[in-house]
Design a binder for this molecule. Sequence first.
Ligand SMILES: [Zn+2]
Length: 208
Amino acid sequence: MNWKKIDKNNRKQEDGIYTAWKQQIADECYHQCVYCAIHEAPWGGIDHYHIDHFRPQSKFDELKNKITNLYYSCPICNKFKSDDWKNEPDNLNDICYPDPSDHNYSDLFNWDKTNHTLEGIYVSSKYLVNRLYLNRPQLIYERREYFLKAKADALISEVNRLIQLSDDLILVKEAFEIISSLAHHLHIRSTISPYKLVDIKKPKKNCE
Ligand SMILES: [Zn+2]
């Protein structure tokens, strides 16, 4: 998991209403929540994620179907954000929601790699951490797993390097197998692909 800046620069306005554009918005936002960076797959796929009105619909009705005002959000962040809107996102040191198309959210937080909590660097990102509960237990779990996967990958390449250098390979190879197995299990969740509910519906039984 990691935040990504969303490219809205060359985004053409669509015709119609926003509810029809969920797939495009999901693609544009890398199928992950723009606020907490959790991918949709472990949380039930696109049908369980929401279209977020960055400037809330209740306060900016004219932006309801404006494509540049729409992002992809997990239901929990979307619920906590709700129709909250304090200031335009002109200054990161105002209480505001930084625009995910202007900033990579990775640059707004310090990630403590010992307990996997986030701390906002700016007034706005401190506000985000508190308002959206970005240190909720599920997110700490996800960050820890992401961190462990990266560590396991680094360890594998180090052991591979040792194998190339060592004459006595038995111990090194055993260590390699243990680490590979660990890494394999850590990576399994990352292999879930984006999906819709219809993709997992069981085939209808023949009742005749
Ligand atoms: Zn979220």
